[in-house]
Design a binder for this molecule. Sequence first.
Ligand SMILES: Nc1nc2c(c(=O)[nH]1)N[C@H]1C(S)=C(S)[C@@H](COP(=O)(O)O)O[C@H]1N2
Ligand SMILES: [Mo]
Length: 166
Amino acid sequence: MKTLAASLALLIVAASSTYASDLALPTGEAILRIDGSITTFNQDQSALFDLAMLDALPQHITKATTPWYDGEHEFSGVVIGDLLKSLGANGESVTVTALNDYSAEIPMTDFEQYDVILATRIDGQELSVRDKGPLFVIYPFEQDETLYNEVIFGRSVWQVASLTVH
Ligand SMILES: Nc1nc2c(c(=O)[nH]1)N[C@H]1C(S)=C(S)[C@@H](COP(=O)(O)O)O[C@H]1N2
Ligand SMILES: [Mo]
């Protein structure tokens, strides 16, 4: 009986440590912090990501003409809705904050309706900080032309540093 109790205790410890390590710590420079109403963390109450961690997730391409670059370009990165779901995000909106402290409030319904990506690349090249990188919120402008408006441009945050779910 003692061994059974010990085994059970071990199982619980093993299960909880598996849970805690669901999201590995970044080994490179952390370029994204997600916090607020999420259930998966790797540092205190936050989920930190480096570029390699984002690259390891399913990638999505949005080919679109945007107000920020001449002509059509291919943006690639993770679908924000998928990323949030994988962290157990639960909320009405997401505050997206940039390196320059610009921030925008994006209703969760946008992520349910559209494959909005957190682009890491334009035409296969990493987005540098001087070129609105390292992360840029890109809506699928070609999928729905009504997205081409000032409200959505305002939610199209470049130089993204963090997402807060609430
Ligand atoms: N990081 C960052 N992203 C931002 C902004 C900003 O000031 N900083 N302005 C937003 C707003 S309000 C709009 S309309 C567009 C403007 O882009 P533009 O200045 O390149 O025309 O970017 C959006 N994304
Ligand atoms: Mo704007």
